[in-house]
Design a protein around this ligand. Structure first.
Ligand code: FAD
Length: 433
């Protein structure tokens, strides 16, 4: 097992829980990518949110399926959750620590610290080195799979120290007053917004290498806020800064725009700027984001950054079990397979670990049906069009539709979720072996 990230830890856990001895190679703490800061495993490199919690949302359903299959990542997420309205957000350090302890204490997992530079030669390996794979191992993958390997650029949002937020301007609320008031909201008048907007679109961006700049493509779901802003002055007001469902208690009115901050740790000492992935130079981030009311004197525990994101053109290489089509017993997992997001990466690790365990134990191969979120994700990476293949978040559009008329999208999604969970229940006795 190469890489103790979200996918690698989940895969190692699934193998070990099925009685397979695992050697887990991890380059930390000796070497870290520019986005990884902690020495612990399964580090969340940007947001602390694992997105929607309810099963009427596809990522909520995926999480529920993972729980039912004994996911270590979900065990840690549930143990380390912090308030986040309808989302499942976690204390990032506690989450990563929980997983590291469980992995290190498992009698069948041996952690080997050090950078791996070539693909495993032995029977039965999983590669989960993530989207920031670089150096000799990146070159080995390029050598073996080019041109069946691609990349785009991804960005992370800044983290702010809570006691530097001016609460005489910011206010605590959730949209439409739903659930508990988990977000801190920084309200803007039209004048304040336009001043911030002008500063944002004219701010200096950090330089990229020449070759990278020529190839620059960003993932829509993680677009830098300054790139989104350049689409037009109103774009942010319909995106991350939308004010709907929020009333400023200081004025009794709906603000023109709102920047939301989400709790990032148990102690509520850090807050994440929601939707503020950015590639501005660090001093520019301080200058521009300090124009947001409530953040005038904000201290940044971490600035936003942008990174290359590498993935395989999986439909040409992998089957729906994340196994190389033309190789004996070599699997891939995580974001590098073309799934997108923390949960999806962990889910692919769960599948790869489970399928490899079956293969090593000489058991019949099984596949999750496409009516399940796990099956739909595997089917996407194996059967999507290879031309212009892009990493994808889980969504109900990946599953076969249900017939009938429904009062609302919510009701339809509930039926899809029920169908999925009953298909999984039938498979469960086989899948847990
Ligand atoms: C900058 C950035 C921000 C992102 N933000 C979000 C977000 O907010 N929300 C979201 O849902 N998704 C986000 N993603 C996407 C994705 O969910 C994460 O990258 C996720 O961590 C992927 O999980 P993984 O297991 O595939 O890789 P990782 O979690 O990156 O794990 C890979 C592991 O392999 C190790 N490793 C790498 N190379 C080697 C080697 N040669 N030898 C040994 N060990 C090695 C690494 O040290 C690391 O521990 C982001 C991605 C990036 C790049």
């Amino acid at each position: 097992m190469i890489g103790a990230g979200l996918a690698g830890c989940e895969a190692a856990w699934q193998l070990a829980e099925r009685g397979i001895s695992v050697e887990l190679y991890e380059q930390k703490p000796h070497k870290k990518s520019p986005a990884h800061k902690a020495d612990t495993f399964a580090e969340l490199v940007c947001s602390n949110s694992l997105r929607a919690a309810n099963v009427e949302n596809a990522v909520g359903l995926l999480k529920e399926e993972m729980r039912r299959l004994g996911s270590l990542i979900m065990e840690a997420a549930d143990a380390c959750s912090v308030p986040a309205g309808g989302a499942l957000a976690v204390d990032r350090e506690g989450f990563s620590r929980h997983i590291t302890q469980r992995i290190r204490n498992h009698p069948l997992i041996r952690v080997i610290e050090g950078e791996v530079t070539c693909l495993p030669a032995q029977e039965g390996g999983i590669v989960a080195t993530g989207p920031l794979t670089e150096g000799a191992f990146f070159e080995e993958i390029q050598r073996r799979f080019a041109p069946k390997q691609m990349h785009f650029f991804d960005a992370a949002a800044p983290l702010i120290e809570a006691d530097s937020i001016n609460m005489s301007k910011a206010f605590r609320a959730s949209r439409y007053g739903k659930g508990t008031a988990d977000y801190l909201n920084c309200p803007m008048t039209e004048e304040e917004y336009l001043r911030f907007y002008e500063a944002l679109v004219t701010a200096e961006v950090a330089p990229l290498h020449l070759q990278e700049e020529r190839e620059l493509t960003v993932f829509e779901g993680c677009m830098p806020v300054e790139v989104m802003a350049k689409r037009g002055p109103q774009t942010l007001c319909y995106g991350p800064l939308k004010p709907v469902g929020l009333t400023d208690p200081h004025t009794g009115k709906r603000p023109f725009a709102v920047v939301q901050l989400r709790q990032d740790d148990f102690a509520a000492s850090l807050y994440n700027m929601v939707g503020f992935q950015t590639h501005l130079k660090f001093p520019e981030q301080k200058r521009v984001f300090s124009l947001i009311p409530g953040l005038e004197n904000a201290r940044f525990a971490r600035y936003g950054q942008m990174h290359r994101n590498t993935y395989l053109v999986s439909p040409l290489l992998l089957d729906e079990r994340y196994r190389l089509k033309e190789e004996t017993c070599l699997y891939f997992a995580g974001q590098m397979t073309g799934v997108e997001g923390y949960v999806e990466s962990a889910a692919s690790g769960l599948c790869a670990g489970l399928h490899l365990a079956r293969e090593l134990r000489g058991m019949e191969a099984m596949t999750f049906p496409v009516t399940t979120a796990l099956g739909a994700l595997g089917s996407y990476i194996a059967h999507a069009s290879a031309e212009d293949f892009q990493p994808m978040n889980i969504n109900f559009g990946m599953m076969p539709p249900v017939q009938g008329r429904y009062k609302s999208k919510m009701e339809k999604n509930r039926v899809l979720a029920e169908r999925s969970l009953s298909a999984l229940a039938e498979l469960l006795p086989q899948a847990v072996l």
